[in-house]
Write a protein that binds this ligand. Structure first.
Ligand code: G3P
Length: 250
């Protein structure tokens, strides 16, 4: 049951190449099974099928194939350049990241578009993983919870019990600056409470931390209350670092 596991999801962002992807995935497949960890890989869209084909069930430990984004359009049709949730499912995707801060930074994606994408993902039976997190300015102004609560409000009224969130403070992404244990504990507890009050007590919840997670800080981050795993950027591209993070989650 993934709702009781720690999740370690690698987000490759716009990195990867056929040859390197194969090497990395084949090595990851050889990891010994860890029944308490849910492992995911999030390659660029063009490599989803390759990663799906390379990933196989290793004992009882499945490596999940995740997508970085999805079209806001629900159906197939004349939307040049778009990839639908249905197509993602067709090539073996399980989980779709929604609202990564790089999507809002470079593509101006806001709650309304994220909501459409979440609905599309749920409608084809996949799981959205919503990324939230405050900017440095919002943290400095003491408005970090307000910012995160606004981002979480896209969950309101959804017909699902399953809520997966990655808390990624924007100032900690790719900067080497990790939020403190206190900041993480405080925000994760807040996110849990927000989801419970928006979506009811029988919600299944996972809240991952993201932002400069690496092999040396993962164990400490996983020891923080309400941290159910990590969304890992840069370190997920390196086999040794990513496997050390998976081990720290066990
Ligand atoms: O989605 C993962 C992420 O934004 C964190 O990136 O490179 O700081 O681990 P990184």
């Amino acid at each position: 049951n993934i709702w009781q596991q720690k999740w370690v999801i690698g987000n490759w962002k716009m990195n990867g190449q056929l040859h390197n992807n194969n090497n990395l995935v084949h090595k990851l497949r050889q990891l010994p099974a860890a029944s308490n960890v849910c492992i995911g890989i999030t390659p660029p869209t063009v490599y989803l099928l390759q990663v799906h084909n390379a990933v196989q069930i290793v004992l009882d430990n499945k490596i999940h194939v995740c997508a970085q984004d999805v079209s806001r359009f629900p159906d197939k049709g004349a939307y040049t350049g778009e990839v639908s949730a249905e197509m993602m499912r067709d090539v073996g995707v399980d989980i779709v990241l929604i609202g990564h801060s790089e999507r809002s930074l470079y593509f101006n994606e806001k709650n309304d578009v994220q909501r459409l994408k979440i609905e599309n993902v749920l409608n084809v039976g996949l799981l959205p993983l919503l990324c939230v997190g405050e900017s440095l300015k919002e943290r400095e102004d003491g408005r970090e919870k307000e910012a995160v609560a606004y981002q979480l409000s896209v969950f309101k009224g959804l017909k699902t019990q399953n809520f997966a969130v990655a808390y990624e403070p924007v100032w900690a992404i790719g900067t080497g600056k990790v939020a403190t244990k206190e900041q993480i504990a405080d925000m994760h507890a807040f996110i849990y409470n927000e989801i419970l009050s928006l979506c009811g007590n029988d919600a299944n919840i996972r809240v991952l931390y993201g932002g400069s997670v690496n092999d040396t800080n993962a164990a400490e981050i996983f020891s923080v209350p309400h941290v159910d795993g990590a969304l890992v950027g840069g370190a997920s591209l390196k086999y040794d670092a990513f496997t050390a993070i998976i081990q720290a989650a066990q």
